[in-house]
Design a protein around this ligand. Structure first.
Ligand SMILES: *Cc1c(COP(=O)(O)O)cnc(C)c1O
Length: 421
């Protein structure tokens, strides 16, 4: 697969090169140069297959020209070795649970695949420093995915005091090749700092920096797998609309890429929390990023979603084309709490705040499927008082909470961060 930059002023590269580079040299984001629509027979052949079979088939379609097929099969089996269940709440409403990986959030899909691809591609070269800005779940997924990977080091930037205790414990207690850096600022400050570090020639000459944020194509591609799986599982002949709880829009972009490949999906809903840059953009046609505000669904506290640039590229900058496939609503913390209560009362389903936003989106437009992106135990402080029953903590989360944290602190200026790199 040939990859190009959304800004069109960077050389064409292979998937391997795009994955290693993170950001394109013209400041754009890598995207596949073309996304050919696969024929209906391709999708029909995947019906009834397991998640791992579907994932492998897609991995070979996307990267089979650069990696031998046995390598891809092993990579998918090793990286995505956890279940991907679809829970039916009603005959017309299901939840695709994406939180059964080691850090209990959907970011394990991208992070674990990316870490393995990087290890494959980076043999014998200088050690890599993976710099990642997180509003919560990316940090733990990336830190776990790269923990103890030889030749790699992870530096996690996160907004001090704005991630949950469990999230923080997951990436501040690993030690070894993982450094956690608390930034006095918002997630947007963390993201800006990371971008400045990548753009700094002096730093670049000293450390081999690479990104693992959702700007990395290596994280997006594996997220296409579960859309393909859900699409071929869905009943034939009925409309399939999928609600994707959205922050930085990586998840949505992966879904749209699967749709462009011809996966039988009709439309997407991209509900957000109070950080409503995307729904405002879809309504007014004006992109007006704002400083992010903290909400209960903190992994979606994004005021300036970087993957919007990819989305615009996918729709050739034509807002009407985008509107035909994507709609977006914004939801307050009050609505989120009510949705958590409703899911529990109606279906005995325990949802975290991000999943509750997906449900609210699904309800707003009668989607058949919504994505559950985090295990409710990661947000039990929010969930338990609402549903009135305890949410048991899975063993690995309890272990992380019991370990000692190790954190470096910086203000959001590059010179301070540079000293830790
Ligand atoms: C990251 C995250 C999201 C938002 O996904 P994007 O790809 O950034 O839009 C939603 N829910 C959870 C639990 C997350 O960790």
């Amino acid at each position: 697969m040939i990859c190009i930059s959304t800004r069109g002023r960077a050389p064409h590269v292979s998937v391997k090169e795009a994955v290693l580079a993170g950001l394109a040299p013209d400041g754009g984001l890598y995207v596949p140069a073309t996304i050919a629509r696969r024929p209906e027979s391709f999708w029909a052949a995947l019906r009834g297959k397991t998640f791992h079979d579907v994932a492998t088939a897609l991995a070979i379609e996307l990267a089979g020209d650069e990696f031998d097929h046995a390598t891809l099969i092993n990579l998918v089996r090793d990286a995505l070795s956890f279940p991907v269940p679809i829970v039916e709440l009603e005959s017309t409403l299901g939840v695709l649970e994406l939180f059964h990986g080691p850090t209990f959030a959907f970011k394990d899909f991208g992070a674990r695949t990316l870490a393995r691809v990087m290890a494959l591609v980076n043999t014998g070269a200088d050690p890599l420093t993976v710099l990642v800005a997180t509003s919560g779940d990316t940090g733990s997924a990336v830190a776990h995915a790269f923990h103890r990977v030889p030749g790699a080091r992870v530096v996690v930037l996160y907004p001090e005091g704005q991630v949950s205790a469990i999230q923080e414990a997951q990436f501040t207690t690993l030690g070894g090749n993982v450094t956690a850096v608390a930034v006095r600022g918002t997630f947007d400050d963390c993201q800006r700092l990371a971008k400045e570090a990548f753009a700094d020639p002096q730093l670049q000459s000293r450390v081999r920096l690479t990104s693992a944020n959702s700007i990395s194509l290596g994280r997006l591609l594996p997220q296409m797998f579960y859309y393909a799986y859900a699409a071929v599982q869905a009943p034939r002949g009925k409309r399939l609309v999928i609600a994707v709880p959205s922050g930085n829009l990586g998840n949505l972009v992966a879904g749209v890429m699967a749709w462009r490949m011809g996966a039988p999906i009709d439309a997407f809903l991209a509900p957000t929390n109070a950080n409503d840059t995307v729904p405002r953009y879809l309504t007014t046609g004006r992109l007006e990023p704002r400083r992010s505000v903290p909400t209960l669904a903190n992994a979606m506290d994004v005021g300036n979603p970087s993957n919007l640039e990819r989305l615009q590229w996918l729709f050739e900058g034509d807002l009407s084309k985008m509107r035909a496939v994507i709609s977006s609503t914004s939801h307050t913390d009050q609505e989120v709490k009510a949705a958590i209560a409703e899911l529990f009362d109606r279906y005995a389903y325990v949802a975290d705040p991000h999943t509750a936003i997906a449900y609210l989106g699904a309800k707003s437009a009668q989607a058949r499927l919504f994505l559950s992106t985090a295990h409710p135990a990661k947000f039990r402080d929010v969930v338990e008082p609402i549903i009135g029953v305890p949410v048991p903590l899975p063993g690995p989360l309890a272990d992380a909470l019991a370990r000692t944290k190790s954190v470096q602190r910086v203000t959001p200026v590059l010179s301070e961060l540079a000293m830790l790199l």
